[in-house]
Design a protein around this ligand. Sequence first.
Ligand SMILES: N[C@@H](CCC(=O)N[C@@H](CS)C(=O)NCC(=O)O)C(=O)O
Length: 90
Amino acid sequence: MAAKVEIYTWSTCPFCIRAKSLLKKKGVDFTEYNIDGDEAARNKMAQRANGRRSLPQIFIDNVHVGGCDDIYALDARGQLDNLLASGNSV
Ligand SMILES: N[C@@H](CCC(=O)N[C@@H](CS)C(=O)NCC(=O)O)C(=O)O
């Protein structure tokens, strides 16, 4: 079963565009929360993301996996495909 993938973004954020490009390349469905200018939503995101406030923040099966650099690092270590396929924890 495919994992549930969620990503918080700003429209013009290059890290967000880069992170989404990797998810698209992997062919996974993801839910995008575009939170341009919405500080309340950003606060909620930070609560889920262990206090991290930079964009993007990415969750796989409700587990925080980090930002753009983090998912590229997971991919480089060969761990991202498995996470996206099954939602196993990191
Ligand atoms: N290393 C982070 C960098 C993310 C980042 O710097 N995002 C910018 C927007 S493109 C940001 O959130 N800036 C505002 C802030 O850091 O509070 C990642 O890979 O996700």
